[in-house]
Design a protein. Sequence first.
Length: 260
Amino acid sequence: MKYRIYIDEVGNPDLDSSEHPNHRYLSLTGVIFDLEHVDVCVHPKLESLKRRHFDHHPDDPVVLHRKELVSSKPPFHALSDSQARSAFDDEFLKLLEELEFSVITVAIDKLDHKKQYSSWRFDPYHYCLRVMLERFVPFLESRHARGDVMAESRGSKEDMRLKKSFEELILQGSEFVTPQRFLSALTSRQLKVKPKSNNIAGLQIADVLAHPSFRSMLAERDSAAMTAPFGSRIVEILQSSKYHRSKSGRIDGYGRKWLP
């Protein structure tokens, strides 16, 4: 079996903006799919759902974006009708329950990171990616499988930096995963970077899940409740069956990780 982890981000990696309340955090969410499952089930079912609810055509496909979905902005303006919104939400959530995947979310408090490591300023995005891969490799090993990594494009310069950092990590290893384990578990030492406009099902699902997954972690950290109804329903599904977890069922440290 071959798996792929599709990665989406919430927030920005700029450490200089960490003191601004709206830019204090960064999180990466990776959604792990068996690639055969993507081909046979995930992509066809997601395309079918979009055809039923939106003006979706193969030559001009609708690509799911959480922000536009939530605000009912084009091409999701049909969701401004409450009945249409309810029908789409219910069907999308049912699809999430049916699909087979695992989720890993890594979040970093950039302000705490900056204060704690005054002389070690690891790029927050690269740091989160490293921590995520340190969990993806054991996931693959436990299934005697191999896999690769696909992230959403962040711009040509950022993509080049990220690809270089990714390859260095694979070849040099980390504190917890040796280069040999990286090379054995991953089918490529090259990071795949694609824009969501390519209509890649895994990246679209990662986009929709990333924000509620992060918000739920932040809410628990602050002993607060989630207020977004749709996001709360997504989190219920993640906690019930989708977060990566230990053999004993523990999620924290496996499917969810706070940094530093």
